[in-house]
Design a protein around this ligand. Structure first.
Ligand SMILES: Cc1cc2nc3c(=O)[nH]c(=O)nc-3n(C[C@H](O)[C@H](O)[C@H](O)COP(=O)(O)OP(=O)(O)OC[C@H]3O[C@@H](n4cnc5c(N)ncnc54)[C@H](O)[C@@H]3O)c2cc1C
Length: 806
């Protein structure tokens, strides 16, 4: 075994082997994979190994599509069979909501050039004569769907990697990973040690144990999962072709041909956790005792849909473990607190995603960043708050609802509340309906009584009208928005200004009390974040950014060394905040403070430390609503006092609490982009309209990359769309994000955020398009069906910024 390597992958399941293969594809051949047992010894060997291309997320669809198309090429390249069967997959909708979901996926497939389209019942019956299609509202067909041989695929990745120079050591458990002072690692095994700059945890079922070797805690929890295979079914034996698989998600089972019988698997409501206190180290090619009673309801629904399934006995039952994150998406990316430690853990559809995940890991390690925006899959979306209890509660909920539709704006209740602010109880009493943001409970909207919960769907839900009342109240008078979930940082010391200038693309304010907006530039020159930086003292700055991206952004802040004597610290927990905005916000706030809030004394993009309602606040004259307004930041201990004072003052002006759903609508009326929707590393500054804030006459993080991309033509541009009222009213739905945009029948882009603009009376969407300009008429695929829309030349609310600056 070699003593040094460019990267060491821990775990020889399908994911570890794919990572090794893709590292070699991107040119790294001095790489090693260590497997404690035989390859495939975790979840991999017993998987049903179904493969699907389409996913609600466009980027995951891209990665799944890449995976599905790689298997045949991999087989040809290595000579190792991957056991690929692609007889196609039929997707069935029993409910209206499922129909919306499938139609939306079909529209996305058309935009991205993937094959997934509707077929009529006659065609579906020809494709799968054993299915009873009664009660099915809509059927989609994915000709490339199918399944693979789990061991074959793993062996093929391994063969491809070995052929390119990688080493694989089986029966070589990693016993320790020791971080070295320079940031590199020593990986210890009974066969010797390897020094490496990159440790990659692909230990699947043992992801937690391997992470713990490096002092890392990952939010992972295994569960049992079962499928069974029937004896030969006469009708199948009589066929001269393989039947397509059936994705009847409303029935909560999966079904495909296996041999001359059927394979049926289920995510049952009465699920079972496994290995809550750690995965046994001696567990390998083992299974659990069958417990088909638990999945009986699902089985009966499968048999009702495919009656032939009930005619044969059960040949084999597989009840094996799989490991989940709290939201069932992979935990992917370098650990921000441990240089050179990369995670790729908790992947549920490992065979649909193996190649995509391998490519993403290799992208990041070799090139410094992934080619796609993977923020929703980044391990940094979880922090310490995602503890064992939270993880278990969320995993139980995810498992039991694996095939339920995850609606836009949906907030699941499991494991909550997790982190709350002092005003939580007060807000609850006022009827707040909460959402989860990086562990924090924050008010989404206010119902007329406590205890109301969101209804969920693709159409307008129970919150749509109350959110309208809040948004209109703010535009007419004022609104009080809890913004405590924003990330807040303080940078202080003699080197603070220089350091911030070296990090951010905009020039830092020279004058105390001035604020600036600034992008953070990603490794490839895209937008890694957007921040407000305020000079609060000669040598002190406050930085406000996205709360959910705090751990993600930590990676970037670490890239520029802090000068000695300069501190950079998070204030997110210690500080709470409210945004008070609207035409009467000044008058209202003036009742609570002796500081003058007149524009002459307190202009836009300025800040002051003021006392307001008896509470010390840092007041910033900015508002994401696009209206006249202030952000007021105070110590967490003062939050209730400040909130009480604001609500009391608001009464006189018919102003009151406003939630973050209204904030989303208000910022779209103004055309403002938001992190992870419009702003992401995938987009260049000139594409998102932030080029003016990138100052090329100074140094900043990833300036060379920014210069390179900014020399080029924008590939797409961010536009604001007004959707046709008649179409939208007929659907009773607004765009929510992800909907494809077509022009003259050709796909030209996609929506990034959508909302009804209550104060302007328009259904609006922000999105990226190519080859279209203001005034052009396009079609937005709301609910997967075309809705007429026009590209606006300017935002419908306060286009000149008179309210904002007034
Ligand atoms: C019943 C069942 C059915 C499934 N069906 C499907 C399906 O139809 N489609 C689909 O896409 N997915 C399916 N899956 C999920 C799929 O199996 C997983 O997504 C996939 O196998 C995960 O692979 P992995 O490489 O991440 O982890 P694992 O397969 O768990 O591999 C981890 C490897 O790391 C090794 N390791 C652990 N600790 C160490 C150490 N200290 N040193 C060295 N090596 C170590 C282990 O021995 C193991 O080989 C199914 C899973 C189950 C349980």
């Amino acid at each position: 075994m070699k003593s040094h390597a460019q990267a060491v992958v821990i775990g020889g399941g399908v994911i570890g082997c794919s990572i090794l293969y893709h590292l070699t594809k991107l040119g790294w051949s001095d790489v090693v994979l260590l497997e404690r047992d035989e390859l495939t010894s975790g979840s991999t060997w017993h998987a049903a190994a179904n493969i699907h291309g389409l996913h609600d997320s466009a980027n995951i669809s891209r990665l799944q599509h890449y995976t599905m198309t790689l298997y045949n090429r991999l087989e040809a390249e290595t000579g190792q069979s991957c056991g690929v069967f692609q007889p196609g997959s039929l997707y069935l909708a029993q409910t209206e909501a499922r129909e919306h979901q499938l139609r939306l996926q079909a529209a996305k497939a058309k935009l991205y050039g993937m094959n997934f389209h509707e077929v009529d019942r006659a065609e579906a019956e020809r494709l799968h004569p054993l299915v009873d299609f009664d009660g099915i509202r809509c059927i989609m067909w994915e000709p490339d769907g199918g399944n693979v041989d789990p061991s074959g695929v793993t062996a093929a990745y391994a063969a491809g990697a070995r052929a390119a120079g990688a080493e694989i050591h089986r029966f070589t458990p990693v016993m320790a990973t020791v971080h070295q002072p320079g940031g590199t690692w020593i990986v210890e095994t009974p066969k010797g040690n390897i020094a490496t700059p990159w440790v990659i945890n692909a230990a699947g079922l043992w992801g937690r144990e391997v992470a713990a070797l490096a002092g890392i805690t990952l939010p992972l929890q295994p569960t049992e999962h079962q499928y069974f295979v029937t004896e030969t079914i006469a009708e199948i034996a009589a066929l001269d072709r393989r039947l397509p698989s059936v994705a009847d998600r409303d029935g909560e089972y999966y079904l495909r041909q296996e041999g001359k019988g059927l394979l049926i698997g289920a995510y049952e409501k009465d699920m079972r956790f496994w290995a809550e206190n750690g995965t046994p180290l001696d567990f390998a090619h083992e299974l659990f005792a069958d417990d088909l009673d638990r999945i009986e309801d699902n089985m009966m629904r499968a048999i009702a849909r495919v009656p032939a399934a009930g005619t044969a006995g059960i040949k084999r039952v597989i009840n094996g473990p799989m490991i989940w994150t709290p939201d069932s998406n992979v935990a992917l990316g370098p650990v921000p607190e441990k240089q050179g430690y990369f995670c790729c853990n908790g992947i549920i559809p490992g065979f649909s995603q193996s190649a995509g995940m391998g490519l993403m890991v290799a992208d990041w390690i070799v090139e410094g960043e992934m080619r796609y925006d993977m923020f929703a899959w980044d391990m940094a979306r979880f922090g310490d708050w995602a503890d064992k209890a939270f993880t278990k509660a969320r995993v139980g909920d995810q498992y039991a609802n694996r095939f339920a539709i995850h609606f836009p704006n949906e907030e699941r209740a499991a494991g909550r509340p997790c982190r709350v602010r002092p005003a939580y109880q007060m807000q609850q009493d006022m009827g707040a309906v909460f959402g989860l943001n990086y562990g924090w409970e924050h008010p989404l909207w206010f119902a007329d009584q406590p205890g109301v919960v969101d209804t969920n769907g693709f159409t307008r839900q129970n919150w749509w009208a109350p959110v309208g009342v809040e948004a209109r109240m703010l535009r007419k008078a004022a609104g009080i928005i809890d913004i405590s979930n924003f990330a807040k940082y303080r940078c202080a010391g003699a080197g603070a200004e220089d350091w911030l200038n070296a990090v951010f693309a905009n020039r830092m304010p020279k004058t105390v009390g001035r604020s600036c907006l600034t992008p953070l530039i990603s490794v490839r020159g895209g937008i890694a974040g957007d921040f407000t930086v305020t000079r609060t003292g000669e040598e002190e700055f406050w930085i406000i950014g996205s709360g959910m991206a705090e751990r993600y952004h930590a990676r970037f802040f670490q890239m520029v060394p802090l000068p000695d004597g300069t501190v950079f610290e998070s204030l997110t927990e210690a500080i709470c905040g409210f945004n008070v905005a609207g035409p009467k916000s000044r008058e209202m706030l003036q009742r609570l403070t002796n500081a003058s809030l007149a524009t002459a004394d307190f202009p836009f993009l300025h800040s002051q430390r003021i006392e307001l309602g008896g509470v010390e606040c840092l007041a910033l004259r900015v508002s994401f609503t696009g209206d006249l307004g202030w952000e007021l930041h105070c110590a967490a201990a003062d939050q209730v006092q400040l909130y009480t004072a604001l609500l009391e003052a608001g009464r006189e002006f018919d102003a009151g609490p406003v939630g973050s759903r209204a904030l989303m609508s208000l910022r779209i009326e103004k055309g403002y982009g938001s992190w992870s929707r419009e702003y992401s590393p995938e987009y260049w500054p000139q594409e998102v309209g932030l080029a003016g804030l990138v100052k090329m006459d100074k140094g900043f993080l990833h300036k060379d990359a920014a210069a390179k991309v900014m020399e080029k033509e924008a590939r797409e541009t961010l536009v604001l769309l007004h959707l046709n009222e008649v179409d939208i009213t007929a659907s009773n739905a607004d765009a929510t994000g992800g909907e494809p945009i077509f022009k003259d029948g050709a796909g030209i882009g996609r929506v990034t955020s959508g909302a009804y603009g209550y104060s302007v009376g328009m259904s609006l969407a922000l999105g990226y398009v190519k080859g279209a300009k203001a005034g052009d008429h396009v079609e937005v695929m709301v609910l997967g069906r075309p809705h007429k829309a026009v590209i606006l030349a300017e935002p419908p609310f306060d286009p000149k910024g008179e309210r904002l600056r007034g």
